[in-house]
Every structure is written in C-alpha cells, then in structure tokens.
Design a protein around this ligand. Structure first.
Ligand SMILES: [Zn+2]
Length: 331
C-alpha cells in the first residue's frame, strides 16, 4: 500500500468538465498512487478517481466463502497433482503483461452498455518471453485495431491465459489454481510508476502475497530543472521499494527497468552521496530477503556511476537498456 505521506502530495488541478481528460500514465502524479486519488466502490467511468474495493472485500480469506465441492465433476476426481498440471498448462509458467488502466473497452466482449474509456483490467501473454520488457508486444489498442481493421473476433491464439473465465464461476477451482496463476507467472508491468501501486490497491493481499516474479519497466523521465517532477520522484522512488518490502513480499525475482532522472545533465557527474541516496532503497530491499534475481536495468548513461557499486556486492545485478531504440539486452 502506498505510504500515507503520499496522501498529501500530488494535488492536481481538477478539470472535471474536460471531455478530453485522460489520467496521466507516465508521471508519478498518476492516479492510484495517493489515497486521495482513489475512491472505494467508485465509478469506473470517472477518470479522476481510481475505483477500489472496500477493505473487507480485499481482506477476503480463502475458504471463507461457501462453494460447491463439485463432487460430480470428473475434473475434480483427478488427483490434485494432475489438476495442477492442467492449471499450469492453461494459465501458468508464462510472462504476462498486466495492467489496470483507463482504457477503451475490449472489442471481444459483448457490446458494452456504455462507450468510452473506463477503468479496466487488461492482460496479455508476452509473445517475447525471456526478452527485455521495454515495449509491450500486444495490448488493448492492438486488440481494437485488429478487431476494427482486420475483422478479428477474439484475441489471437496464445495471447490470453486459459481458464480465467472459468475461475470466475468455480470457487474451488479458483482457490486451488491461485498458486499457479499468481505463483508461477512473471508479471510484467510498465508505462508508469503508478502501475504497481494500482495493483497493490486492487489485488487481495492473499493474492499479491503469492506473486513470486515481476518485471517492471518505467519510462518516466525528467530533468532536474523540472522541480515538481523531481520532488515527486524523490518521494515515489523509495515508496516503490517499500511496496516490495511490505506488500509484494513473496517476490523473489524482480527486474526493474528504470529511466533514471537526468542528473548527469547538471554538473557532468553524480557525487557519491547522491549515488548512495539513489541506491539506498534498493540495498534495503536486497537485504530484506533471499533473492533468486534482483536486477536493476538503467540507460547506458547511468552505467558508469553505478557499475562500481554493483561490483562491490552480489545481492543485486546491474544491466543496461537503451530506452529509445528498444534494443534488447538479456540475461
Ligand atoms: Zn511482451
């Protein structure tokens, strides 16, 4: 959950009557980070407030809801080991782009009652598994384009997890598939610093605690003379690491691709104190658990000032990404 300090920050000027309004996605001012930008049981068509579930719904305990034990089902007569293999085949062991964002409706669902953008979930199985995550391979806009101009009636094969709709109507299946769904996939988040904060506000803690692997890519960027952005970054950057320390606490493989602030534009180099400050939240996170992988990927111009620090320790790795060219530098 976002620290309370964020509540008082990022006050935005409201433009409620602006028909062209869209919440910012590439800025730490984004909706969903501070408490003031969220509304319990809010309107999904209000772009100014992220609708979030009430605390009691998020705290839902598994097994607390009545469910049909499915005793007549052939599927549930299979041993749990076999069912688990089926769950993995359907919905596990993949890299999955996931976002909850302000977007147009899916073209593949029955015609929505209301047109226009709304807060909505989208997911897509990564078509470049193992590659770098700078750009999405497929998203809601691609789905709408393909539907409109290529006549596509459903998502292309392999771009969605299987069985997700079934999980909505079978509680026993949902409960036993959760560890596969959340525990075996790599969740790939991008666009803005807000994305992991939004996930932490929507997912039940029971589910987020099952997530083991994430790839996160931020393209937020600013220059030092952009004071409000610099102040926002200074607050949101450590809060992001806090989120992993206290909320996504079972993640043991994390790749953070960050477009670091343009400090090098001022004064040529960054002093040691500033580097300590930048790396402190990462170091704290690195020491908080045993990592199978903790990787920080930065643009090439940040490598010289971080390489020395990366070599002095073995808790986290450093890698390079060339943001604008979307080149791939893989493990
Ligand atoms: Zn992808």
């Amino acid at each position: 959950m976002a620290p309370k300090i964020l509540t008082t920050l990022f006050k935005r000027k409201r433009k409620e009557n602006d028909p062209y309004f869209r919440p910012k996605c590439g800025s730490p001012n984004a909706i969903g980070i501070s408490d003031s930008t969220c509304e319990v049981n809010g309107d999904p068509f209000n772009g100014w407030k992220l609708p979030i579930p009430p605390p009691e719904q998020r705290a839902l305990k598994l097994g607390a809801r009545q469910c049909n034990r499915q005793q007549a089902s052939r599927f549930f007569q299979l041993p749990i080991e076999v069912r688990t293999l089926i769950y993995i085949e359907l919905m596990g062991n993949r890299s999955v782009h996931i976002e909850h964002a302000w977007m147009l409706p899916s073209p593949f669902r029955p015609k929505p009652k209301r047109e226009g953008e709304r807060w909505d979930w989208w997911h897509g199985v990564c078509q470049r598994s193992g590659r770098f995550v700078d750009d999405r391979c497929w998203d809601r806009r691609d789905e709408r384009y393909a539907n409109r101009f290529e006549g596509l009636k459903s998502a292309p094969a392999g771009t969605k997890l299987g069985g997700v709709e079934w999980l909505r109507c079978c509680q026993i299946g949902y409960e036993e598939a959760l560890t596969v769904l959340y525990g075996t996939n790599v969740f790939v988040l991008r666009i803005g610093l807000d994305t992991p904060f939004i996930m932490s506000r929507l997912l039940s803690p029971a589910c987020s605690a099952l997530i083991t692997s994430m790839d996160i890519s931020f393209d937020f960027w600013y220059k030092l003379d952009q004071r409000p952005e610099a102040a926002a970054w200074a607050t949101v950057y450590p809060a992001l690491f806090d989120l992993f320390e206290h909320y996504f606490c079972n993640v043991h493989s994390l790749r953070l691709t960050m477009h670091m602030p343009a400090w090098e534009k001022v004064g040529g180099t960054i002093n040691d104190g500033k580097i300590d400050e930048i790396l402190a939240p990462l170091e704290r996170l690195a020491q908080s658990r045993n990592w199978t992988r903790l990787k920080l990927c930065v643009p090439i111009d940040w490598l010289p000032c971080l390489t020395g620090r990366a070599k002095k320790q073995n808790r986290w790795e450093l890698a390079m990404t060339e943001w604008y060219e979307h080149k791939t530098f893989v493990d």
